[in-house]
Every structure is written in structure tokens, then in C-alpha cells.
Design a protein around this ligand. Structure first.
Ligand code: FMN
Length: 365
């Protein structure tokens, strides 16, 4: 039987440049979200809920543990349409206090044989004020988090002081906290000069935590951190945020460059590898952090290479409270969310769990 996305739509889209098809998909989601019949249709095709999938994430009630990772809807232009796909939460952004054009194109590349993409967008977004308006006007009850980052002003911009960088985060938090269900502070953009290494120094993380301590944020805060640095970095991170009681958990970001082994031809590609090849690295990061962290205080959202129910279930068993995906949408299409949810229900049942929470971290015991 013909599978509409993988047999028809995907081969069509693969003929065109990756950034262009990303824009088309986002445009389609935006239009679908604004039309009630289209939303109804998407819901009929993609909808699937089951009480065993419900998750309490730091006080937020999620219908399921499958989230959309940051970077798909960078400026919150398609929230309603994307929520109709059945995600348990959506993370929009990264959003910076000022709008940014990001890096020069080409800045998104596909490696279809590896089910991977190489991304070098460089934090293109419409800026905090515009995104705040969109979030305030959203018409969906879906849990929507906003991922916040420092503005990318390009490689020719003069270097900024630590105080100025920290101040940008604080200002963006002030603008976006009131309209977000949760915030993620992106401390590790692999694709900008100043985003890459600044927070590798735990002193800078501590400085940001200090600066935010006095803010009435009012929603859970996650930190999106570098996957590099091994045990030492994980220990340094936990120590740096120990006193910052507003921090609820962590997500691991991509590494800069194309470190993992891929079979596709990467000549001419710059940026960070996402998708299936990063899965092993993300499992390792998850395991390392889960065994170290205070599990009563922190939760982990795990992203990177999640494309099947088994992938998602494995992350939960390793200690993630929820997962996020992006690249799987490119290769498996919008119904991937429903398929993962259906498969997860079966896996939970098979192993005798009545809900997701019971399975969190059991693979580590
Ligand atoms: C096209 C694209 C754009 C992204 N943009 C962002 C971003 O702006 N901010 C961020 O924190 N992560 C960004 N990411 C990283 C994703 O949020 C996620 O961590 C990563 O892609 C791993 O998940 P995946 O393998 O399912 O794609 C981006 C990833 C991709 C592929």
C-alpha cells in the first residue's frame, strides 16, 4: 500500500532545497492551523491519545511525552497547526531579544541515507517582542515552551562582555516568561561564535543564574546545554545551578560540526548534525546526567535522533521525562507523532507499566 508521506510527499520535497521545504512545511502548518476544517482533518489523521501517555512535567500536564524540539517553528508562526499534529508540547524558538537574520544561506542540508540533517541556521528569528505578541494571541491549549538565546549579530559584530550577554537573556526572559508555559534557556548554540563556548565556563552559567534569581519567572525553566565535556561538564553544570531553585531540568543540544559517522557525502555542508546519527551520543548524555542529578528536583527532556516508539521508550527508560524530535518530521512526516504514541502505549503495556512515569529511569536501575 502506498504511504502518502514517504512514497509521494517526501520524494517530491527532497527535490528542493532544504530550507525552502522547511518554509513550505511551516507555511502549510500555519495555514492549516488557521482553518477549522483543516485542523479537524489533521486531528482526524494524526490524533491519538491514551491516558497511559499522560505526563506531569514539572507541574505541567502533558497529554503525551512527545514534544516538538526548538528550531522547527522559530518564531511561533504555526503553533496551532503544529499542535494539531498531537505533540505533548511544542518548543518554539530559539528567540532572542533582537530579531536576527541568522547565518548566510545555504544553512540547512539533508543526509537522507542517514536520516539526518546538518543545520547552520544561526538563530534566525523575529525577536522577542514579535514572538511575545504571537504567543499571547495563540488559540490552543497545547503546552508551549519558548527557547531563549542571545541575539546572533553575525561574525562581524564586535565581541560582547559577559555582562551584556547575561543581560540579553534576562531581558528576553522578562518579555517571554508571561506568555510561555515553560522557558528553555539555550546555553549552547553550536552554530554561533559566541553561543558555542560561552557557557562551557560554569562561572558564566552561575552568573546567569544569579542574574535571574530575583526575577519572578512563574513557569518551569529548562537549560539546553552542550553534550560535550563528559563527566566533568555534567558535574560543573549541576554545581552551577544548585542554588538556582527556578531551574527544573535540562535538554542536551547538538554538538558543533559533524562528529558522528555518516554514510552520506557531507562535502560543502557546515553546521551541526541532527537526526539518527546523534542518537548514541544523546543516550550517553542522558545516562550521565540522570545518574548524577537530584531526581526529585530535575527532569530531562531528551532530543536527538528520536524517530520511533522504541527510540522514545528507550529515552524514557534511561531517565527522560519526555522526548523531543525535529528531524523525524522531515523523513517520516507529520504522522510520526501518532505512530510513536501508538507504539509507546504497546511498549508500556508489554512491560507492565500503567503510565510513562513508572518507566522513567527503570533502565538505569
Ligand atoms: C533545522 C533545525 C533547527 C534548529 N534550531 C534550533 C534552535 O533554534 N534552538 C535550539 O535550541 N535547537 C535547535 N535545533 C536543535 C533541535 O532542537 C534538537 O535539539 C536537535 O535537532 C535534535 O533533535 P532531532 O535529532 O530530532 O532533530 C535545531 C535543529 C534543527 C534540525
Amino acid at each position: 500500500m502506498i504511504e502518502p508521506y514517504t512514497d509521494v510527499i517526501r520524494p517530491f520535497l527532497l527535490q528542493y532545497e532544504a530550507e525552502r521545504t522547511h518554509a513550505w512545511a511551516l507555511g502549510a502548518a500555519s495555514i492549516a492551523g488557521s482553518l477549522r476544517p483543516a485542523r479537524w482533518l489533521v486531528d482526524r489523521v494524526c490524533g491519538f491519545e491514551d491516558s497511559s501517555l499522560e505526563v506531569d512535567l514539572c507541574g505541567m500536564s502533558l497529554p503525551n511525552p512527545i514534544g516538538l524540539a526548538a528550531g522547527y517553528d522559530k518564531s511561533g508562526t504555526a503553533i496551532e497547526g503544529l499542535s494539531a499534529l498531537g505533540f505533548g508540547h511544542l518548543e518554539i524558538g530559539s528567540v532572542s531579544i533582537d530579531a536576527s537574520e541568522g547565518n548566510p544561506a545555504p544553512r540547512l542540508f539533508r543526509l537522507p541515507e542517514d536520516r539526518a540533517v546538518v543545520v547552520h541556521y544561526g538563530l534566525q528569528n523575529d525577536g522577542a517582542a514579535i514572538v511575545q505578541e504571537r504567543l499571547a494571541g495563540r488559540r490552543t491549549s497545547a503546552v508551549v515552551g519558548t527557547n531563549i538565546v542571545k541575539t546572533n549579530r553575525g561574525i562581524d559584530a564586535s565581541p560582547e562582555t559577559a555582562d551584556a550577554i547575561v543581560d540579553e537573556y534576562v531581558r528576553a526572559v522578562k518579555v517571554l516568561a508571561g506568555v510561555s508555559d515553560y522557558l528553555t534557556l539555550n546555553l549552547s548554540c553550536p552554530n554561533t561564535e559566541d553561543g558555542r563556548d560561552f557557557f562551557a565556563d560554569p562561572a558564566h552559567t552561575r552568573q546567569l543564574m544569579e542574574a535571574l534569581k530575583g526575577e519572578a519567572i512563574g513557569c518551569p525553566v529548562f537549560l539546553k546545554v552542550s553534550p560535550l565535556g563528559g563527566d566533568e561538564a555534567a558535574d560543573g553544570l549541576l554545581e552551577a545551578v544548585n542554588e538556582a531553585s527556578f531551574v527544573s531540568g535540562f535538554i542536551h543540544n547538538l554538538s558543533p560540526g559533524i562528529e558522528a559517522k555518516v554514510s552520506g557525502d557531507t562535502r560543502g555542508m557546515v553546521g551541526a548534525l541532527a537526526g539518527r546519527p546523534v542518537s548514541g551520543q544523546m543516550n550517553e548524555c542522558l545516562r550521565r546526567l540522570y545518574v548524577r542529578m537530584d531526581r526529585r528536583r530535575y527532569s530531562i527532556l531528551s532530543a536527538g535522533g528520536v524517530a520511533t516508539a522504541q527510540d522514545a521508550y528507550d529515552r524514557i527508560r534511561l531517565g527522560a521525562s519526555s522526548v523531543q524530535l525535529l528531524t523525524a518530521l522531515v523523513y517520516e512526516g507529520p504522522c510520526v507523532v501518532r505512530r510513536i504514541k501508538e507504539g509507546m502505549c504497546e511498549l508500556l503495556k508489554r512491560d507492565g507499566f500503567s503510565n510513562v512515569a513508572e518507566a522513567v529511569g527503570v533502565g538505569e536501575e
